[in-house]
Ligand binder design. Structure first.
Ligand code: FAD
Ligand code: NAP
Length: 522
């Protein structure tokens, strides 16, 4: 039987999938819509930096070059690092650029037949069913389309790119500021740096949103226009953001990413002993979160500006919402070049934007919607079949049910890398690729569809419990060791990766702990 593998996307997750499938002896074809690799790292604003300490955002078998000295490298350094990874592992020959996949369609098995399966693809293995994926690819240079066939598809199309989340406006308001311009942060980030600087210069700018894209943009606008044209940032809900020079950054690993730290949380599929420990240790869990909150309240003028989040630090950690505050953000707030307004809703009018409790519009020449992305919709859109689309997003209140955060129990011969987030995405994409290659190599068989669905349901309950209303972000931020343990067990690798009892329980886990998992044989 043929074992053709197609990978869609050549961002970090696509490159990882490519590298590991080549190592396993596959000859993957990678379709990339753009003319370059690196995905989101090609489309950032000038000030974008890595939000992680670089050692926690690194390929397990390819270190950052010694000349990159910064703790948080800039976007150019990240992109160069990703490119040198692709070069080092000779991945370019596998990538077809200018190739946008318009749709994928599973052909050869009827839905009636598939409904009778107890096992994924009928066999519980990656290859084995008679179905194939038909992949329709648009050549963006010639506008020609071609249909390719593959026995396995790995979707690496990214979650924070491509499809912006544009807030729905009340019907009474006009769709744009008629005297000004409205754009999404994605569009702004796509601009040449000099054109972007020119666009914001001397303008009254309003930014909608207050997460990472918004705060970075606010500082960029404040730097360009100072107090003469203060940048207004409209915040719906405050979140915990960390200053890069804080004590918390250097201790986050010990407080949240060690095996002991995970003992304090309930985990999906835990046994009674783990349940008891997490229950008994819950005061300590609460204390660590509270300590983080008190520290940030002391360090930042959150109360003064009414920016104190109503939810816990742990909730933001569990939802992957702990971002890095750009340098000088509060200096700009203090000097008045950034003004923050809280509002649950907004309306556009001729002069600008109207927020809750204010009659007078915020006069704006430019409104930038830093309102995030529609990752679910983007994933759904690539499937031709409405049945698969429905399987992916069963309801607005469910997360995409991926077993081991990689495969959908009812969509055969397909994997998704890069959808479920963590607080350092690169290493979590990498271990998923290693796990996937063991599956593709036939080293283990998946449990029944029913068992996989039970497992995904447990994870969904877990995410709803710890991430609150942001459960949809599908983040494994605070239980990544527990999650990795399961992948290691499937791969028949020892999940305890450290040397010695103290290191195992109290040292933070990071990328180096999971090097070479894909090579380990049964
Ligand atoms: C500005 C920004 C900064 C970030 N900083 C951090 C950080 O500091 N730390 C962290 O952990 N995470 C960060 N993230 C999250 C980031 O998304 C991941 O870390 C990672 O880079 C995502 O890689 P990816 O390959 O999954 O997706 P992407 O980088 O989005 O790549 C997807 C690729 O697929 C291609 N593609 C999409 N659709 C198609 C199609 N239909 N056909 C063909 N090709 C297609 C795209 O062109 C793109 O090249 C950041 C995200 C953004 C937006
Ligand atoms: N490394 C870096 O420097 C960097 C830079 C940029 C982005 N990133 C990453 O990229 C990803 C996306 O970040 P992002 O900031 O673009 O998006 P995001 O994290 O999804 O944040 C979206 C923001 O928009 C607000 N929002 C959404 N819909 C709204 C509506 N209808 N009305 C008003 N406000 C609305 C949200 O408010 P609520 O909180 O109330 O929902 C939130 O503040 C994240 O993973 C982030 O860490 C990293």
């Amino acid at each position: 039987m043929e074992r053709r593998v197609v990978i869609i996307g050549a961002g970090i997750s696509g490159l990882l999938a490519c590298k590991y499938s080549v190592e396993k002896g596959f000859d993957p074809m990678v379709f990339e819509a753009e003319d370059r690799i690196g995905g989101v790292w090609n489309h950032t604003i000038q000030s974008t930096k890595l939000q992680n300490v670089k050692e926690s955002y690194q390929f397990s078998d390819f270190d950052w070059p010694a000349f990159v000295q910064e703790m948080f490298p800039g976007h150019t350094e990240v992109l160069d690092y990703v490119k040198s990874y692709a070069q080092h592992f000779n991945l370019y020959p596998y990538i077809k650029f200018h190739s946008r996949v318009i749709s994928i369609d599973y052909v050869g098995e009827s839905f009636e037949e598939m409904k009778t399966w107890d096992l994924w693809g009928g066999t519980g293995m990656a290859f084995g069913s008679k179905g194939k994926w038909h992949i329709t690819v648009l050549d963006t240079e010639t506008n020609a389309t071609e249909v390719h066939q593959a026995e396995f598809v790995i979707l690496c199309i990214g979650r924070y790119s491509g499809l912006p989340n544009i807030p729905e406006l009340p019907p009474s308001s006009c769709s744009k500021v008629s005297d000004g311009k409205v754009m999404h942060s994605m569009e702004y980030s796509d601009m040449e740096k000099s054109a972007a600087a020119e666009l914001i210069k001397g303008k009254r700018i309003t930014i909608v949103g207050s997460q990472k894209s918004a705060v970075d943009l606010a500082v960029e606008c404040a730097e360009a226009n100072g107090v003469k044209y203060p940048c207004v940032m409209i915040q719906r809900n405050p979140h915990w953001l960390l200053p890069s020079d804080s004590f918390l950054i250097s201790h986050l690993g010990h407080l949240y990413f060690s095996r002991f730290a995970e003992l304090l949380l309930h985990k999906p599929g835990q046994n009674i002993l783990y349940w008891l420990l997490a229950t008994m240790l819950s005061p300590l869990r609460w204390g660590i979160s509270k300590f983080s909150e008190i520290y940030l309240q002391w360090k930042l003028p959150l109360t003064k500006y009414g920016l104190l989040p109503r939810h816990s630090f742990l909730e933001d950690m569990s939802s992957c919402l702990i971002g890095m505050l750009p340098d000088k953000f509060y200096d700009k707030v203090e000097e008045g070049s950034i003004l923050i307004k809280r509002s649950q809703s907004l309306r556009f009018c001729k002069e600008g934007l109207i927020v809750d409790g204010e009659d007078k519009p915020i006069s704006s020449d430019l409104v930038i919607l830093a309102t995030g992305y529609k990752g679910n919709q983007k994933l759904k859109n690539i499937f031709r079949s409405s049945v698969f689309q429905k399987y992916l997003v069963p309801s607005p209140t469910s997360i995409i049910p991926l077993y081991r955060r990689v495969i959908h129990p009812r969509i055969p011969q397909l994997a998704v890398i890069g959808y479920t987030g963590s607080l350092a995405n690169l290493p979590s994409f990498e271990i998923r690729c290693q796990w996937l290659m063991h599956l593709l190599d036939g080293n283990f068989k998946l449990p029944s569809i029913g068992a996989m669905e039970k497992d995904t349901a447990r994870w969904e309950i877990h995410m709803k419990r710890y991430s609150g209303r942001n459960f949809w972000r599908s983040c494994i931020g605070t239980t990544s060791i527990w999650y990795n343990d399961q992948l290691c067990k499937d791969m028949n690798c020892n999940p305890r990766r450290k040397k010695g009892f103290l290191a195992e329980w109290f040292q933070p886990y990071g990328p180096a702990d999971y090097a070479s998992l894909a090579d380990q044989k049964h």
